[in-house]
Design a protein around this ligand. Structure first.
Ligand SMILES: *Cc1c(COP(=O)(O)O)cnc(C)c1O
Length: 411
């Protein structure tokens, strides 16, 4: 592998022009778009108008004038296009965790004779916590959260299981589940399926409608680039809309919020997942950020994500200094999402040393170095440079001395 080859890859990259649509700080290689996406210029430019015009001058009139009231559905429909859903089934609201609580509650309500929420041991901890908290609050039966090893999921699907709750791309290893197959296997036992798409939406092609997914949730601030704490989304298949029973029956999910009726009547569609007033500023930023995905062919994006990560792995295999990193992700590219995980005893210190040199990666306890490949704004040269910077750090043992052992609060 040589630099000439890398430059050719960048010249021939059909997505190369997309990079100019992002604000990437100078001397920075951003390998963390799976944790917090980079800032799209469209969002940056929208911010001024949003604050000064829509909020500052429009004030309360903007609920109508700028259609703030329908923003959750409009953003939802933009996200629907990225996950293979028809319009009217996705709504933007709340956080992934809160949305998970809502969809799990709905699914359990639809499965009144069943008492198990089946999930995998290595699911994202927040998902396990939410399932545990919800199980403890169900009054009409004893609900149990069963977290089993990934390889045993199929063995535990049976008529006791109400819901199968899985994260499509594993947050640590990037291992990807076969959504269509697992959904079909669950349905064969009458089990409803909830997919967490936090590390999938905007990174891998998804076909939730065609795969007969029941419910899904996902994140607005990772590959969707909505900004820190951007609102999340819910997908609920159309066929379930008249069976939903929301645990949070807020006025924004009411059939007619501005009639101010004393009794709650849910809105007819996916809108019933709304609870209170949407965070318009951050949702509108997400809406502007999503314009970078217009006209993107997700197959093409996936192809670039794979070749970026394959390039990194090839550089690892060619460079002696990088051999001390142990790949935790699946070797086969089609079984991975858009990041790579390596284990190393000093993963935290390595990540810090890389960040100091402008290569922003993240660390996941206890020993994972996580490297994200956001195809819309990374170049092949970025991958080449970051592998060489990491090799220099390992060779020079620059990362070793952190005598006090203190770590940042956010890693
Ligand atoms: C990032 C992530 C979340 C985030 O949930 P928040 O409510 O936004 O904190 C949830 N689930 C998974 C799998 C994630 O990767």
């Amino acid at each position: 592998m040589n630099l000439e080859h890398i430059e050719r890859l960048d010249r021939n990259d059909p997505l190369a022009a997309k990079r100019a649509e992002f604000h990437i700080p100078e001397n920075t290689i951003y390998l963390n778009g799976n944790s917090l996406g980079a800032l799209p210029i469209a969002a940056q430019q929208h911010a001024k108008n949003l604050v000064e015009e829509e909020w500052g001058n429009g004030l309360v009139r903007s609920w109508n004038r700028h259609d703030w009231i329908n923003l959750p559905g409009r953003v939802g429909d933009k996200i629907a296009a990225l996950i293979g859903a028809d319009v009217g089934q996705v709504i933007c609201c709340d956080s992934t965790s809160v949305n998970l609580y809502k969809v799990l509650h709905c699914a359990l309500h639809m499965q009144s004779g069943r008492h198990v929420v089946l999930t995998e041991q290595d699911n994202f901890p927040a998902d396990l916590y939410v399932a545990q908290g919800l199980a403890a609050s169900i009054q009409d039966r004893e609900v149990m959260v069963k977290a089993v090893p990934r390889s045993e999921l199929g063995l535990h699907l049976n008529e006791d299981v109400a819901v199968l709750l899985l994260t499509h791309v594993q947050y640590r290893t990037a291992a990807v589940h076969n959504m269509a197959e697992l959904t079909r296997a669950a349905h064969a036992h009458g089990v409803l399926v909830v997919w967490d798409l936090a590390h999938s939406a905007g990174a891998v092609p998804l076909t939730v409608d065609a795969d007969r997914v029941d419910f899904a949730v996902g994140c607005g601030y990772k590959y969707l680039n909505g900004g820190p704490g951007a609102p999340a989304f819910v997908y609920a298949a159309q066929r379930h809309h008249n069976k939903l029973r929301l645990p949070l029956t807020g006025w924004m999910g009411h059939r007619a919020p501005f009639e101010f009726a004393a009794a709650y009547t849910p809105a007819s569609g996916v809108r019933q997942f709304l609870c209170g007033t949407p965070p318009i500023i951050s949702m509108s930023m997400l809406s502007a950020a999503l314009t970078v995905y217009e006209h993107i062919d997700m197959t093409q994006l996936r192809a670039k994500s794979i070749s970026l990560s394959e390039l990194f792995l090839q550089l690892c295999s060619e460079n002696e200094a990088l051999q001390s990193l142990q790949l935790q992700s699946p070797v086969a590219a089609e079984l991975r999402g858009s990041h790579l995980a390596f284990s190393h005893t000093h993963a935290y210190e390595l990540a810090q040393a890389m960040i100091k040199k402008g290569v922003i990666v993240d660390f996941r306890a206890p020993t994972t170095l996580r490297i994200g490949f956001a195809p819309l704004y990374l170049t092949y040269k970025n991958v080449w440079d970051s592998a060489h910077i990491l090799a220099d750090i390992l060779e020079g043992e620059d990362y070793l001395p952190t005598a006090d052992g203190k770590r940042n609060q956010v890693t």
